[in-house]
Ligand binder design. Structure first.
Ligand code: DX5
Ligand code: ZN
Length: 221
């Protein structure tokens, strides 16, 4: 399968959001990765519904929403109405994860689960066949621009095994500290989607950076 690149809008220029959204529209990127932080589940607040509404108005690609919030069930329908195509909740924030996943799907979205760096892959054994995506956090969620945690490679391998063993079709997404230095190794380990925030938007030519990443990770396909 073609490997996907999802620029994280958290690292975009919030004073010129439309410009950066158009840039992603025109680029070889596949998805928009949208980080929603509530200041409770993570020690940071990003942006909320009105901003997502404006992003959706201009975004012409899949909108991949990563909820770093407690009690995500309260907002599932709202995010569907705001244009989210994929809704990812944190394993650590969901007491009744199966119910949450069913509700995301019932609202017409693809369902994802994100795992913090300390959360083992094994906790997904009994739900993997219900998941469209697993987001393996390669930094502690809450901030862009952090360094990549090396243990991620091992987790990708374990997740890949679980997906194959269960005959699931779940995509593996990696989020945090992705650069051209680790992209190939992540793909070789089994990743399908790479989120990249700072590496894209803090670069001189974000358009070229996206193109290079996309070409690099699809080199052997
Ligand atoms: C971290 C967010 C990430 C972040 C990635 O909490 O979930 O999506 O924006 O940013 P970089 O690529 O800068 O680590
Ligand atoms: Zn994210």
């Amino acid at each position: 399968m073609e490997k996907l690149i999802a620029p994280s809008i958290l690292a975009a220029d919030f004073a010129n959001l439309q410009k950066d959204i158009e840039l992603v529209n025109k680029s070889e990127a596949d998805w928009f990765h949208i980080d929603i932080m509530d200041g409770v589940f993570v020690p940071n607040i990003s942006f909320g519904m009105p901003v997502l509404k404006s992003i959706s108005k201009h975004a012409k690609k899949t909108i991949d929403v990563h909820l770093m919030i407690v009690e995500p069930d309260r907002y599932i329908k709202t995010f569907a109405d705001l244009g989210a195509n994929i809704l990812t909740v944190h394993y650590e924030a969901c007491t009744h994860l199966h119910r949450t996943i069913q509700s995301i799907k019932a609202n017409g979205m693809k369902a994802g689960v994100a795992l913090n760096p300390h959360t083992p892959i094994a906790v997904l054994e009994d739900i993997i066949t219900d998941l469209d995506l697993v987001c393996v956090m390669s930094v502690n969620p809450g901030f862009g621009g952090q360094s990549f945690i090396e243990n991620t490679y091992k987790k990708i391998g374990q997740l890949k095994n679980l997906i194959e063993f269960s005959k699931a079709t779940t995509l593996i997404e990696i989020d945090g500290g992705v650069t051209d230095k680790n992209a190939n190794k992540l793909i070789d380990a089994g990743a399908d989607v790479l989120v990249a925030g700072s590496f894209v938007f803090k670069s001189k030519e974000p358009m070229e950076t996206i193109q290079n990443l996309k070409t690099m990770v699809n080199r052997t396909i």
